[in-house]
Write a protein that binds this ligand. Sequence first.
Ligand code: 6R9
Length: 652
Amino acid sequence: MAEQAGGGISNVMREERVFPPSAEFAAQARIKSMEEYEALWTQAAADPPKFWADLARDELHWFEPFSKALVWNEPVAEWFVGGKTNACYNCVDKHVVEGRGDRTAIIWEGEPGDQRTLTYAELQTEVSKCANALKSLGIGVGDVVSIYMPMTPELAIAMLACARIGAVHSVIFAGFSAEAIADRNNDAGAKLVITSDGAWRRGKVLPLKETVDEALAKSPTVEHCLVLKRAGDAPTMQEGRDVWWHDVVDSASADCPAEPLDSETPLFILYTSGSTGKPKGIKHTTAGYNLYAKKTFEWVFDHRDDDIYWCTADCGWITGHSYIVYGPLAAGAQVMMYEGAPNHPAEDRFWDIIERHKVTIFYTAPTAIRAFIKWGDDLVKKHDLTSLRILGTVGEGINPEAWMWYHRMIGGERCPIVDTWWQTETGGIMMSPLPGAIPTKPGSCTKPLPGIIPSIVGTDGQEVDTNQGGMLTIAHPWPGMLRGIWGDMDRYEQVYWSRVKGKYLAGDNARCDEDGYYWIMGRIDDVLNVSGHRLSTIEIESALVSHAAVAEAAAVGRPHELKGDAVAVFVTLCDAEPTEELREELRQHVRKEIGALAVPDDIRFTSSLPKTRSGKIMRRLLRDIAAGREAAGDTTTLEDYTVLAKLREKEA
Ligand code: 6R9
């Protein structure tokens, strides 16, 4: 039987443990109490455009002031209309101009152990040089630049250089295939690709430039390729098309003032998979996004000047955009950045980094936390993690038992955990505890941030009994929201605005408990209906993970004549043997944790689960396998193709 801290029930429907911030923590926090949070939220909800306009005036630099906070023609929002600003200026120059140029901006550690620190003034120089190099390659306002790079400072520098001159970056995670890069280049009409010779991953070099070459053979709009030397590979450089970073950036002038840009100038495109095959190019613009990333960063991580902040995401995902680059840098934070894998050279690399760099805020994903749990407590105990004061999670729901482990083992029972719910589309965090104000409940993202008005609706679009749960929508535009799908405004309207009138449809199910706490119950298509009962996949997974033998679990529905959905689960084990007895024990365990209706009909043991490169379990593929169908649809976001083959073999 798994340990049950505090005697609570480890199931997200009946979770009763509550962890208030300590009086000491609250006293020093930006927002110090529930009352203070509620007052701010209520004030914002009364007039969101005014609330955001006041913040925008104070927090961003304006070359020209805006005349109108919001112009809303559903589904098209324009924020801070008439104003001119620049996201790179806000993230870099503003600090230098205000006398904080000597402050550390980026503390970087490469996978092989090399280190580099950049102050805000140094960042300004590097970004300006890179921006001038981009100009020399023919890039200007509105041109799209694909970035396919390892997590080096140059990745952030390249993003900011685009922002500086009004070019639109499209960062492609450096694990995607040539096919995926070409698709994205073509969809966006990219003119330039920035890459590196290679990337370090678990001690080996991934040949990024080779992959880009393959993509460029199918990317007719791309004119040049800018290549950073990182891994010492000697890629082929195509005369006239390819140029080395050290040839054009290092020698460029450091004088390149940030371009004053209209508030709604596109800042970036980021591709994300939808429920159908073709990835969507989510479009974000300059002023609203930048403000939203900055303010949410400050609120949620309670940022202070002496913090060393580390988000373990890759800049290939929205988390890296908003909470490594645009949010923390706009806030003048000291940002830790790490290039490589969490288990290189050993499985305690993260704890080692936290100890050596005295990291105070640590933001990671539940999938990583489950891996840490599997790797064992001894590796954690070797390190001094007392510098930490806040922990965060993002990307999927966190099972209460994983939350408890994070709280105990990493947070020393002292650090508030901010479980942050948001999406590529929302631009920034939408719901999260404010660490000095909102008591946490394991598995709940707690409450909406100021200015965010959630609404839970039934399939008919009408508000429902929120405790029962329904589709999560957002009732009023916010500055960080997406402005469209690149090149496909019809799809934008259809996916997010057509099912529920006047509200943004997030695509997740959620319920809200009697304390006004939100519980995300998985994607709309993840919810099972077993004999007329609504069951979320996370609920069943959390029950399984609370068993000591289970490392990770994924639950999906399988069509069933009588029940509607039968529950099929895929389970990876810690150390235990995959026996028939264990299978029966897990059934009993779920029965005990949730009830008879949730008892899995099928339990399959597997060595790994199919995941996207950002760590989300691809339940769509598991649904196909559970139903005995060929896995159909887009699999280009799958991290490890062999997992599918192994799962299918088991069927045979
Ligand atoms: C930031 C990010 C968005 C989807 C979202 C939801 C899931 C993210 C979550 C969460 C429960 C959380 N999700 N955070 N579910 N609790 N704290 O992950 O963006 O990659 O676009 O994914 O991830 O299903 O709709 P993105």
